[in-house]
Design a protein around this ligand. Sequence first.
Ligand code: G6P
Length: 608
Amino acid sequence: MCGIVGYVGREEAVPVLLQGLYKLEYRGYDSAGVATVQPDGIRIIKTKGRIKNLDDKIQQEGGLQGTCGIGHTRWATHGAPSDVNAHPHQSQNGRIAVVHNGIIENFLDLRHALEADGYQMRSQTDTEVVSHLLEKNDTGDGVQTLLATVKQLRGSYALAILSADRPQELLCTRRDNPLIIGVGQGENMIASDIPAIIAKTKQYIVLDDNEVARVTADEVQVFDAQGQPVQKEIQTVNWDISSAEKGGYDHFMIKEIMEQPKAVRDTVSPRIENGLPRLDDAQLTDEMFHELRNIHIVACGSALHAGLVGREVIERFARVPVSASVASEFRYRNPIIGKEDLCIVISQSGETADTLAAMREAKKKGARTIAIVNVVSSSAAREADSVLYTWAGPEIAVATTKAYSAQLAALYLIAIKAGLARGTLTEEQARNYCQQILALPDQITEALRTRPQIEHLASLYHNRQSVFFIGRGVDYAATQEASLKLKEISYIHSEAYAAGELKHGTISLIEEGTLVVAMANDPDLYEKTLSNVKSVKARGASVIMVTDQDVEADPEICDFVVKVPTCDPALSASLSIVPMQLFSYYMGLFRGCDIDKPRNLAKSVTVE
Ligand code: G6P
């Protein structure tokens, strides 16, 4: 959600900025812009639409020179997507340009005060007020001016600032939005995320909340909120640029679906030692699990769906009550949570605003917090008491696939560890589950072989208006992710229902040809689900069964069977979700959708 790039060095800035912006496309955006400092002042080119449009506009306008500049992809919050609302925004005298990710909550008050002082707004954005405030507060020292300005701001932001008066200097700061500084040789960068800098450098600094940085070609100086210099650790990216590129696939989504065996293997295998889970990196000790009263899982979107599976599995293995809550609800519910509780937050990006706020709420109430996070050094990773990284590698497609699978794997490890510590799993059972988890990557590879069948099914069903997913237990949790995936990628209305609940209302929507996807992978619940399947089939539904059972398509039950490998039912979501991810992908493809960047969605939602 909004992407920021800044460059200062000896090369022309614009090609570097555009390359960086392309790498941030995954965050979701509706307009883009760049600004550089030229001898006669700051020049900005910005436009609604894709970065390609911006690139074309820059060419048409004869290029944009300069070795210091900022760029931005905007995801509209205040003011519609338009050329004028696109960033960068310029101060009244044109000497300052700003790009921003986040929301300035008191922007209306600030705007009225600025207007009373004679400042004229050109856009409807909250960001524009920041550029005018910086002009108004300018003391001649960029860092001091920025520190004074952010004191007036309420809300969340990552800001990068260009000044015509200091043409070889970038300023930046953040609060509740990610920002890193890429440290190069004779050149430095600012960015929302690593893919934007990695072509230039693998060294980076993570800016913390309320810190301000002055970045020139040869120096990075970081200051705290009081203006005192801060020594920052320089970190090194441990993956290659090719991991963030398509590598021969048509879309990142399909590439990432195919990468799932590796994502799960990398997450699990370093953490199973002598056949049992070892979660030292997450500092999860037996004592902690012993004393546990409740576990609260909080997350958003697919991460929450991973949490729903986690709830089932942890309760089964460790016999401790687990709730899984939507983070945006949890944070405002005054949740009942205390010192004897564990709060597990799950997030691919580690930057989701609601998830972070929910975690802070749990911490405030004394609960221990653990973050299952994919992005190293992200806010959730740094703020939680401990972190269990999913090693899925960079995920670029907006709709998550491999990070979800890695999250499931991490949750299984926690469930086994907790079960062992609480004496609800014997060592033998724990070893058996660990063995099954280690076998999952190969089984996921096998599940990926359904790809041609799934492509065929999507060719048959991509014109349906509505799709229902049904299942029980872990299958029900997995259908919720399957349904979300389909909505996100193909824009087809879909709902996931507990199979037993269908008869309490929703079955009235089933008519001739309605597509129902039934997941049935738990032998104990299989017969029950089958009765529900028969009841929709009898009302004319077309039915696809996703199951590990040995069944054939049968006119009374289903039109197609998608066979997935067999594993313990507790772990089955890892396998049954795979054909459903492929289904969403091909349904979207047949419908001509923008697979990697679905409309209105952002990869990382850093606002409420
Ligand atoms: C956005 C994305 C979803 C994602 C959710 C949570 O809504 O579009 O795909 O599941 O955020 O993101 P997180 O980074 O916290 O896992």
